[in-house]
Write a protein that binds this ligand. Sequence first.
Ligand code: KG4
Ligand code: ZN
Length: 328
Amino acid sequence: TAPRLVLGIDTSCDDTGVGVVELAPDGTLTVRSNRVWSQTVHARYGGVMPELASREHVERIADITRDALAEAGVTLSDIGAVAATSGPGLVGALLVGLMYGKGLAQALDVPFYAAHHLEGHIHAAAAEGNLQAPYLALVVSGGHTHLFDVPRDGEYVLVGATKDDAAGEAFDKIARLAGLGYPGGPAISDAATRGNADAVLLKEPLQGQKGFDFSFSGLKTAALLAHRAGAKPEDLAASFQRMAVHFLVKTTVRAAEATGRDTVVVSGGVAANRALREAFARTDLRVVFPGAGLNTDNGAMIALAGAAALQQGRPASALDGGASAYAP
Ligand code: KG4
Ligand code: ZN
């Protein structure tokens, strides 16, 4: 049989993402295109304005879809399945991609897959390593810090999550207070190379916990106090990054030991962090990160999740109990 092409759409927040993935008969997944339109209208408000996000998605989605098809060198009639994020995210923004995707699937008379946004992040990395379950999955982004055990393909067991801020959110907030700019992740990572990680004493969050949860609000408060006491931005960046990385890696390694997993996928915007990648490389775990352009929100990762589900004969996302309600 010929390869199947899956179109994936993510409009969960302020990025309009559309990608095309090829599913070969032997199960190999190849990203054929990945187009992301990042909205800039929100900059002047200092945060994402949900209603503006929805409107921008409506204006852009057809063009981005056309671009993604062109980049893949295919036409709409070549598409054999459509996947779109059904949640979580901004409801109005999600609806744009979800309804557009369902409309395409209806018109083309092909299967539709409602994907969970985090399932997309996980598959962005899993596809890179051609992974099959079991494995652990750490999703670290601006909105999420979630650790899943994936005992079987399509089954996701939440073993830990942040009790307060997401990891990326902490990078962003500390960068802002230190005057290092936005987005905070790359700014902190860059400033940290010029700072002294021993300069600011930070306490490891949730020390002694039995579980595998995360917390970043204590580090944020400690960083604020150190900043007020005159700590240099570079030292603050280096000290915070070292502790955040240590905490993320240590918790993941503990979870791997508890579940007996030897492989972990790490994805989401924070997975781009170099210090985090280096720290994971020093563990005994096999660690897989997403390929270029697949860390941050995009449509190809949703296509990858859809293609994997299609291949395994799963109708809707197992991460999202309500997803089947969206199936056509
Ligand atoms: O996955 P993503 O694009 O969007 C969400 O779904 O949240 O993640 C964005 C987050 C931001 O908080 C950004 O500061 C962080 O990822 N980030 C980084 C790095 N690059 C982006 N954090 C640490 N180090 C980086 N190099
Ligand atoms: Zn995301």
